[in-house]
Design a protein around this ligand. Structure first.
Ligand SMILES: [Zn+2]
Length: 105
């Protein structure tokens, strides 16, 4: 388990979790239960947290989040290897790992 990021926004935390899971990275949001009891707890400690279950996926997790935050315009593309459809900002198939350049065309 590794703490990936803190965010004051539960919506943002849930969004990050969804993006990571869609990319095949196991993630979960923590601290959501503190929202109503944050009185004496410093904001930093009570803010929602996004954790990754496997420490080794941290670099991939940031790459996925950065890609999601800066979407590349372009058409969806389909993996030639497994047939999965992807948004333009994904450079490789999240299901089988096939790079887009070899998957498309
Ligand atoms: Zn694929």
């Amino acid at each position: 388990m590794k703490l990936l990021l803190r965010t004051p926004s539960l919506v943002h935390a849930a969004h990050c979790e969804n993006v990571l899971r869609a990319a095949g990275i196991q993630a979960e949001v923590r601290n959501t239960w503190l929202a109503g009891a944050a009185g004496d707890i410093p904001l930093q400690e009570s803010a929602p947290q996004v954790w990754i279950l496997d420490d080794s996926t941290e670099a991939d997790a940031w790459a996925v989040l950065n890609a999601a935050a800066n979407p590349r315009p372009g058409p969806h593309w389909q993996c030639r290897h497994c047939g999965e459809w992807h948004e333009a900002q994904f450079a490789a198939c999240w299901r089988c790992g096939q790079p887009q350049d070899q998957a498309a065309g």
